[in-house]
Design a binder for this molecule. Structure first.
Ligand code: NAD
Length: 486
């Protein structure tokens, strides 16, 4: 049954590790060292059929397991995650490149979702009203819907799958995970732990692959709903296709997050926070700051502080002590990020710190991009509009809060934004007026925890019910209304 100990991964279907019918396999390498980690299969629609059949079969009995018993499997899984916390975190760093402390933080955020889903007997309760008419009572009960599927991105290989499947199975559904083909090892390891926790065969399934597997899931008549996290063009495609096939969909997309710095902000603290927001995880976070909008007198000192802090980051292998920024995930992604740096220059932004051509002596095969800082970035420049998803800061200055809010409102994305200020009035104005869903006040990475909803609006989110929090229970259940007269 071992998968991560062998180099060629398998699917997990009906409680067994099965060799898919796929003929194509992708090589997976460590983005810092270039070391080959193994191969992942690109599953076919027939592999998806097999997983759906197993999940449909398991649903018949799983939905009858009392919620309190379903929660016990998650308690057991959570205990195993704690036991294997370091190992899973290291796997994240090895396949994704982020530094170990970042991986540990992400695994912890993932575990919090398991903990939250353990409360399912309470979370899943319905409501009742007696005497809706004389002698007539009305209640709604929450019921599972069948088989759900989750499609996840490369940047949080352990955490993002845990935004979905613990809630889906806790509510009595069965689930198929299709993780990013770029980082398949940590999600696989967690499914191994779920297997060890005794989650019954077919309740949780894993299908590796790329877009063919995703498209087969979107069109499959046996699937009730799809949870997706990834780039906006794919999120929009998933939303359209899955909806056209009559499914529930929650599709979280990309971002272009603005950080407003007011003249009254605590300069030192805000520079530290913003630096971490922009360059943490090498900028590969949907909550990463991208455009710094400095108001009035904040502009020059903040820009200089950010430049100084960015210049002091230590690039390297995220497993090594003292490293503060890892590589980006792949050579292809590195080229994409560098093309944005070229575009910024071509559009006339002023390059204050150039991360192109940066190498790390010990790791000549690593996909490193050095911290990069642009000044004078305008909203109509490519780097002012598009998601770069790399360690590139764009600084711009505005007169005041009104101009800052106006700039943010012009963006096609609306995932997260932050304000740094010591004025309660400015903070309130900002959160009241800005049309973005996740807001930080003196917080650079405004990440909602498991018991709050996670997701954006506009081009950053397609759907209505967001990830985790109470939205998750809504998404994974039908509210059945029963009206009774005796
Ligand atoms: P991606 O869109 O390339 O891939 C995401 C998933 O979709 C993968 O599992 C992949 O196999 C699949 N996929 C890719 N192309 C497809 C296609 N044409 N048809 C069907 N399926 C396809 O995203 P990524 O590069 O892995 O992840 C980075 C993106 O995810 C960034 O845009 C980032 O902002 C976003 N993200 C958003 C959030 C959020 O909460 N909104 C969280 C994390 C990441």
């Amino acid at each position: 049954m071992a998968t991560t100990t062998t180099t060629t991964l398998r699917n997990y279907v009906g409680g067994e590790w099965v060799r898919p019918s796929a003929t194509e396999y992708l090589d997976i390498t460590n983005p810092a060292t270039g070391e080959q980690l193994g191969q992942v299969p690109l599953s076919t629609p027939s592999d998806v059929d097999q997983a759906v059949a197993a999940a449909q079969h398991a649903f018949l009995t799983w939905r009858e397991v009392p919620p309190v018993v379903r929660a016990r499997y998650l308690f057991a899984f959570k205990a195993l995650l704690e036991e294997h916390f370091d190992e899973v975190s290291e796997t994240v760093t090895r396949e994704n490149g982020k530094i170990l402390s970042e991986s540990r933080g992400s695994v912890r955020r993932g575990i919090e979702n398991v903990e939250h889903a353990c409360g399912i007997p309470t979370l899943m309760m319905g409501r009742t009203l007696e005497d809706v008419a004389a002698g007539i009572d009305c209640e709604y009960i929450r019921q599972p819907l069948g088989v759900f599927a989750g499609v996840t991105p490369f940047n949080f290989p352990a955490m993002v799958p845990l935004w979905f499947w613990p809630y889906a199975i806790a509510t009595g559904n069965t689930f198929i995970l299709k993780p990013s083909e770029q980082v398949p090892f940590s999600p696989t390891r967690m499914i191994e732990l779920a297997h060890q926790a005794g989650i019954p065969p077919g309740v949780l399934n894993l299908v590796h692959g790329g877009k063919d597997a995703v498209n087969a899931l979107l069109a499959h008549p046996g699937i009730a709903g799809i949870s997706f996290v990834g780039s906006s063009p794919v999120a929009q495609h998933v939303y359209r296709e899955a909806a056209q096939h009559g499914k529930r969909v929650q599709a979280l997309g990309g971002a272009k997050n603005h950080i407003v710095v007011m003249p009254d902000a605590d300069l030192g603290r805000s520079v530290d926070n913003v630096t971490e927001s922009i360059f943490g995880c090498a900028g590969q976070r949907c909550l990463a700051g991208s455009v710094v909008v400095a108001a009035g007198k904040a502009y020059e000192p903040f820009r200089d502080g950010l430049l100084n802090a960015a210049s002091n980051l230590t690039l390297g292998n995220g497993m090594d002590e003292g490293v503060t920024m890892g590589p980006v995930v792949s050579q292809r992604h590195k080229e994409k990020v560098l093309s944005y740096v070229d575009a910024g220059e071509a559009d006339g932004a002023k390059l204050l710190l150039d991360g192109r051509g940066r190498t790390v002596d010990r790791y000549p095969e690593g996909h490193f991009v050095g911290p990069t800082v642009f000044d004078g970035v305008e909203p109509d420049m490519t780097i002012g509009q598009e998601e770069i998803f790399g360690p590139v800061a764009s600084v711009t200055n505005v007169r005041d809060l009104d101009e800052a809010v106006e700039m943010i409102q012009r963006s096609g994305f609306a995932n997260a934004t932050s304000i740094f200020t010591t004025s309660g009035r400015a903070a309130r104005e900002f959160r009241y007026r800005v049309g973005v869903s996740m807001i930080g006040v003196n917080i650079g990475v405004a990440a909602p925890m498991a018991f709050f909803p996670f997701g954006g609006t506009k081009g950053s989110f397609f759907g209505d019910l967001k990830a985790h929090g109470s939205d998750s229970i809504e998404f994974f259940t039908d509210k059945k209304v029963v009206i009774s007269r005796w």
